[in-house]
Design a protein. Sequence first.
Length: 267
Amino acid sequence: MPPTEPILTGILPASLRAEQSGAVAILRLDRPEKRNALNDETILGLEAFFAALPDSVKAVVLATDGDNFSAGLDLSELSERSTVEGVTHSMMWHRVFERIEFGRVPVVSVLKGAVVGGGLELACATHIRVAERGAYFALPEGQRGIFVGGGGSIRLPRLIGVSRMADMMLTGRVHDAEAAYAMGLAQYLVEPGDGLAKALDLAGKIAANAPITNFAVIHALPRIAEADPRQGFMMEALMAAVAQGSDDAKDRLRAFLEKRAKKVTEF
Ligand code: 1HE
């Protein structure tokens, strides 16, 4: 792994810490004493990080200090909010999580301990989720008398279906990492403590892809998947042509034909 340098130190709140290793940035939630509960400062810090991401970064790993990913919305900030403030607060989360999901580079999250409420919503805005055994997934909004507000009702049903999400919210059901992996919530399942290394390995592979392909996967794929098939096929054809016309694609295809590139089984 290339040497690691702290980045964006001047613009991040105390609850976030970022470093860069080669083409990969590692952003850590760093509020373990509050189980990485997401207060406004942290949410706005996430936005500042993704807005200021150096051009040299081609993939991001979202990890955490301590034993947990995140206990969700900081409940101590919620009790003071009016109804109108609640709407704008939720829309602020939407804006920031959209910046992650539809940002410039793919994001790999490392899930351990509590992946709860808004923490689960944050994980759903990332592109690849690596779950450590021991992670647990819950939506305690029903028990708290509130509702998801960070885009969970859009992103979670796409991953696990409305019925599983409804069950989690209505009954307080907690899923372990094995179940989350089995239902497609996490794409990878690793041993406790191995999540960061796995995420860095994946991010390194992602960073080595052609940027146009990563762009297409983040921006075109989800839109095509949800489009009417007639529009979807056309969007796919256009995206395919844009990607294959790039110099990068031509170089990579030539490298394979000249036996200079790895085979599929060697990635
Ligand atoms: C918090 C929060 C929080 C912990 N907001 N302070 N989320 C929840 O309903 C989850 C609430 N948290 C818990 O159920 C537990 O904290 C955990 C199961 C996640 C972890 O338990 P544990 O035993 O490791 O920690 P703890 O002793 O409960 O908490 C340690 C400290 O973190 C403690 O503060 P302290 O000052 O007493 O030490 C807790 O109060 C604090 N803490 N979680 C504020 N969430 C956009 S809408 C999204 C809606 C939601 O996210 S709803 C889900 C909210």
